[in-house]
Design a protein around this ligand. Sequence first.
Ligand code: GUN
Ligand code: FE
Length: 457
Amino acid sequence: MAIEKTIYVGPFIHCESLTELDIAVNGMIGVGEDGKIAFVLRDVEGRQIPAQAGWEQAKVVRTPEYGFFFPGFIDTHIHASQYPNAGVFGKSTLLDWLNTYTFPLESSFSDLEKAARIYNRVVARTLSHGTTMACYYATVHVPATNLLADVCQSKGQRAFVGRVCMDRMSPDYYRDESVESAVTATRQCIDHIRKIDPEFDLVTPIITPRFAPSCTDETLKALGDLHHETGVPCQTHVSENKAECQLVKDLFPHSLSYTHVYDEAGLLTPKTILAHAVHLTKDERALIKQRQAKISHCPASNTALTSGTAKVRTMLDEGLTVGLGTDVSGGYTSSLLAEAREAIFVSRHVAMTDGDDAKLSVEEALYLATRGGAKVVGLEDRIGGFEVGKDWDAQMVSLSNVGDAMHLDQEAGLVEVFGGESWDDKVAKWVYTGDDRNTQAVWVKGKLVHQRAGFKP
Ligand code: GUN
Ligand code: FE
């Protein structure tokens, strides 16, 4: 469907830097038929649309009172196939969690009808949380993985879609049979996305060795070769849990570290996304920085599976590129807003032992959820903020309808509820008490991809 030239009128907020928000209370953003931002005005008196040659007939979308536009969230690590298990993990830790909860569920995606139900649901749900881009892990099944790519395409969500490779330490009922089968199946998924989206404009395939313990040296190497041959990005897990780290030491006795295992296979590059990174050594972080590989921080999952507390401040100070990942269903939530909150609270737990400097601010968490994520996926020139030439990947947030601190008080009226608060306070209230009910509408590349009941575009 063609995109109508549209002027978005109302406050807009995006991240200026890691620590600063840019809040334009009297904002106005013009988005062209190509879905890209054509102009950005910051000080529009009385929300009156100034004459813009060629924009006289443009559609106008206004925020409600106490609403604002914000860049879409980028979830840099989520297992779409594990969505039915969100919230179900008991007291397990990573390795027994995989065997108890995860492999049985993922193996059931041989049933394409089930896969269709779940994948449609997870994409719709993440869109409703304002997630305009997600880096998905699917399962080993080629038809179901291709179906996930189709669902992202048809619902209009920007996505990396990865077929999971695992040819050892995996159950008989759920595994790759050989190096060749892992590579062939991955190629089939790359070819499928090339057919539905030849330029990888919206949906991009991603090479996905599950993690070092579930891949033989040969498979890691073959996937590294494929990564270099195709230029397709790569995602995996690193240094999530102590038992897993010990397992990697045992399985790869000749490698200097967990990170080196990927490096030796040619899988540590600027297009590699490493999830968790909880127990990395200083040398590993230096190697990741040298290779310009990226980090997906998954705080909800790291707490749920008691994996540990990733040292985000240290990674940022050392110059690593970090984004946020929900890691459903290690993580219990598919909301990146909730994940941002988790990132803040985990950082406060780190601060209780390492000192106050470890604390992440609201601004920093939002940066990780938008600009940081954009860098992780290598699309910082296209998404993550509101600059001319970027794609309109955005959400419209309303503070006037729901949330602990924001509910419409019929007696007192909104003015009482919001009396005297700064915009910084409003943003903090959104981050700490908001949810998908605040997300009124979501756009990707200028196209409306989600709207709440009652929203009138
Ligand atoms: N390591 C290997 N597989 C997984 C997975 O599915 N989730 C998480 N959190 N870690 C993993
Ligand atoms: Fe994961």
